[in-house]
Design a protein around this ligand. Structure first.
Ligand SMILES: NC(=O)c1ccc[n+]([C@@H]2O[C@H](COP(=O)([O-])OP(=O)(O)OC[C@H]3O[C@@H](n4cnc5c(N)ncnc54)[C@H](O)[C@@H]3O)[C@@H](O)[C@H]2O)c1
Length: 360
């Protein structure tokens, strides 16, 4: 294992750096800069010990730290936590030159990013993602938000971080199911833009999923690069960024049908197998690339099938996605490896017959 440090440049509304390496937690004060005097440190309760270590680093660098523990998981993405955060920031007299730091998974980076986006119309935020999904996806690209009773991510803002510190050491305590969820997104980036990702996994899967291996480092590095390249060219999601939704239309419907008990990357894995079948049946994707979806996802231990009887719920669930996309059901499909395109408004019959190919 090399102790490599990679600096990846990202550009949205602002330019920022993503630091990828090991043992990087001390970098947080440097990333904030000397002008920041006060920090709201947002983290889920189970990460108390890591948050404490960050707080000590920040204090040693002369910053005043307000620790802000939130409930674990998706429940933190709720207006109640925003209200409490705004009160804390107000009472502590946070100014435009102060900052928010998040340490945690995508639920935490989404909430903390939105707190930072809304306080005084936007202050700095540095993310320290500690799940693989947050590292390769949620912490990058500036999308922040919370859920409402009516649905997920309905309220939010685009707000770029000042920096992202992706410390692979933090992943050593991550549960296998969480690691798998991040791998769903890694494989997705392999199919839509960087097929070397797929080769690296297929060559040696046990090395690929070992968070301490060089191969794992390279997979995270490449996936971050795909996300950065895509969001840098389309910050507000009007073009190429849509390709990051590969596997997500059915994936979101599965998450809804499962009442969010299934992890995001697992639902996306099934969704990718579905769109591979859709593209194959439309004559757009060759058999070898279509089959590669199921093979590689199974190699990693991700799900690739879904119960046949659940189709009506999935079809209804996909209509939610349709509403946010100008009234048309749109699927990101492949016209070949790393050649994403759009399939618009297929009939239910076409969709169902693709679904039968992955149904059990
Ligand atoms: N903004 C975006 O672009 C974007 C992109 C993808 C996903 N998301 C959002 O991300 C969220 C999902 O993120 P997630 O899967 O990271 O979920 P999460 O933040 O709920 O974390 C999952 C679990 O992992 C635990 N955990 C975190 N770090 C750990 C560590 N180092 N060791 C052990 N356990 C650890 C957490 O305590 C939690 O129980 C969703 O809300 C989704 O909407 C946002």
């Amino acid at each position: 294992m090399r102790n490599e440090l990679k600096r990846i440049q990202a550009k949205g509304e602002n330019s920022y750096e993503i630091l990828l390496g090991r043992g990087l937690l001390d970098e947080v004060s440097v990333a904030l800069g000397t002008a920041v005097k006060k920090v709201l440190l947002v983290y889920p309760e189970p990460l108390e010990a890591s948050a404490q270590a960050i707080a000590e680093t920040l204090t040693a660098a002369g910053k005043s730290v307000w620790q802000f523990p939130v409930v674990d998981g998706e429940s933190a993405k709720a207006d109640r936590w925003l209200t409490i955060a705004w009160s804390s920031l107000g009472q502590a007299e946070f100014s435009r030159s102060d900052a928010v730091v998040s340490i945690g998974g995508g639920s935490t980076t989404d909430l903390a990013g939105f707190i930072a986006a809304t306080w005084l119309r936007g202050i700095k935020v540095v993310h320290i993602p500690t799940t693989l999904l947050a590292m390769v996806d949620a912490s990058i690209g500036g999308k922040t938000g919370i859920n409402t009773l009516e649905g997920k991510n309905l309220v939010g803002a685009f707000h770029d971080p000042t920096a992202v510190i992706a410390d692979l050491d933090t992943l050593e305590t991550l549960a296998k199911v969480e690691l798998g969820s991040g791998f769903g997104e890694i494989v997705k980036c392999g199919f839509i833009k960087d097929p070397t990702i797929l080769d690296l996994i297929e060559e040696n899967v046990s090395d690929a999923i070992d968070v301490r291996s060089d191969r794992f480092f390279e997979l995270v590095n490449r996936t971050i690069q795909v996300k950065v390249d895509t969001v840098s060219s389309d910050f507000r999601e009007s073009g190429a960024r849509e390709f990051l939704n590969y596997g997500h239309t059915l994936g979101h419907a599965i998450e809804l049908a499962e009442h969010y008990k299934m992890k995001h990357g697992h639902a996306v894995a099934i969704g990718m197998c579905f769109v591979a079948e859709l593209a194959r049946s439309a004559g757009r994707l060759d058999d070898a690339t279509a089959d590669r979806h199921e093979n590689i996802l199974q190699l990693i231990g991700l799900p690739t099938t879904y119960p046949k009887g659940k189709w009506p719920a999935l079809y209804t669930g996909m209509q939610v996605d349709k509403k946010s996309r100008g009234g048309l059901l749109r699927f990101v499909v492949l016209d070949g490896l790393a050649k994403p395109g759009i399939l618009e408004a297929p009939t239910e019959e076409v969709l169902y017959s693709a679904f039968l190919e992955i149904a059990e």
